[in-house]
Design a binder for this molecule. Structure first.
Ligand SMILES: C[S@@+](CC[C@H](N)C(=O)[O-])C[C@H]1O[C@@H](n2cnc3c(N)ncnc32)[C@H](O)[C@@H]1O
Length: 347
């Protein structure tokens, strides 16, 4: 059986590492960078593996691929076996179709969804002699189709209506809250599993630290934010997640007064981008403060891991403070390109 895992474009390498660590039996993992899709092969009827895939924290969806074929730029031609479709869509069940299109075609992703939907109805009619109903609000089953360049794949979206980034602990929603999948991947990139003390100095609703605690329950975590409302919300989220994190209201300009020098092994954060989220400082002042204070609070070889679209600005400031750039990941998310930059305090 072939399975498609979806994630944030740019995080494919991290997903593969998480799979390799948690599920040894997987074979034939392949993906294209920045595609947000990873294809794997699993043994037939390996249902416990499908459950295990849902426990991965770096992925959005698990899709069971039922058919693949070639496609042209102009035509959508999808063959459906009615026996196969009827194994999943029984009498009186409702369905919906999700679709995705990558590449140049003369049709849209809505056209693709409509054609698969019509073919499903015809396949079921052939088998049961009635047309199944479409439900967009509460379908019993979600079919998925993608056309990537000249290949189409269709199957069943096993994850359902809510993607896996919808973590249950989010009782307080920050206006610029970070996708928990990105937060978790940042914690992996910053190697939180080997760390003792971590800090997010602009923690908002606490997403990075909560995900960090899931990755390493033994790590001690501190979260600061200038806005007391976000700190109150972060406390609620951490309580709901069942993790212990110390939160405090603080301006980043003052945070070196709160901890001894060289206290932290890693500082992980997503500062305001200056697009939706503004600060009392200019962006370059805020990013300078982040790097200056991190230099004071990180131990030697400590890691600063930052998500930002302002790559050039941050790299210039890091260079001025003698940080060594370990790795940069490029992400495509929410209509913008952003970067996870990992820097090491070298002196
Ligand atoms: C992009 S948000 C972080 C969102 C967070 N990762 C989450 O998932 O909820 C940036 C945060 O930086 C905080 N911030 C802005 N200026 C700050 C400053 N001078 N000191 C500390 N925090 C600041 C904002 O209040 C905001 O919550």
């Amino acid at each position: 059986m072939r399975v498609l895992l979806t994630t944030i474009p740019g995080l494919e390498d991290i997903v593969v590492k998480e799979i390799e660590e948690k599920i040894e039996s997987l074979r034939n993992i392949n993906y294209k960078k920045l595609s947000g899709r990873i294809y794997i092969s699993i043994g037939k009827d390996d249902k416990s593996l499908l459950q295990k895939l849902h426990e991965l924290r770096c992925i959005e969806r698990v899709i069971l691929i039922l058919g693949e074929g070639e496609s042209s730029k102009e035509n959508i031609d999808i063959y459906l076996d009615s026996e196969l479709v009827s194994k999943f869509l029984g009498p009186r069940m409702t369905f919906m179709v999700r679709s995705l299109r990558i590449g140049e075609h003369t049709f849209t992703s809505t056209d693709i969804a409509a054609i698969l939907g019509k073919n499903i109805q015809e396949a079921i009619y052939e088998k049961w002699r009635f047309y199944p109903e479409v439900s967009l609000s509460d379908p019993d089953i979600i079919f998925y189709i993608e056309i990537v360049e000249d290949v189409h794949r269709w199957g069943i979206d096993l994850t359902g209506l809510n993607a896996l980034h919808r973590r249950k602990y989010r009782v307080y929603v920050h206006p610029s809250s970070l996708n928990p999948i990105i937060a978790y991947c940042m914690c992996r990139i910053a190697r939180i599993n080997e760390k003792k003390r971590i800090l997010d100095p602009m923690c908002g609703s606490g997403t990075i630290l909560i995900e960090g605690k899931y990755l390493n329950p033994h790590v001690k975590a501190w979260g600061l934010d200038i806005n007391p409302q976000h700190i109150a919300g972060a406390r609620l989220n951490a309580e709901e997640a069942g993790v212990e994190i110390k939160f405090e209201t603080a301006d980043i300009a003052d945070i070196d007064e709160l901890f001894p020098p060289s206290f932290f092994d890693a500082i992980i954060t997503n500062p305001p981008f200056g697009i939706r989220e503004k600060s009392i400082y200019t962006l370059s002042r805020l990013y300078s403060l982040l790097v200056e204070k991190s230099k004071k609070l990180l131990r030697k070889e400590g890691i600063l891991c930052v998500l930002t679209p302002r790559k050039k600005l941050l790299l210039n400031i890091l260079a001025k403070h003698n940080f060594f750039i370990e790795k940069t990941f490029t992400l495509r998310h929410g209509g913008i390109t952003s970067f996870i930059i990992t820097a090491v305090k070298s002196s």
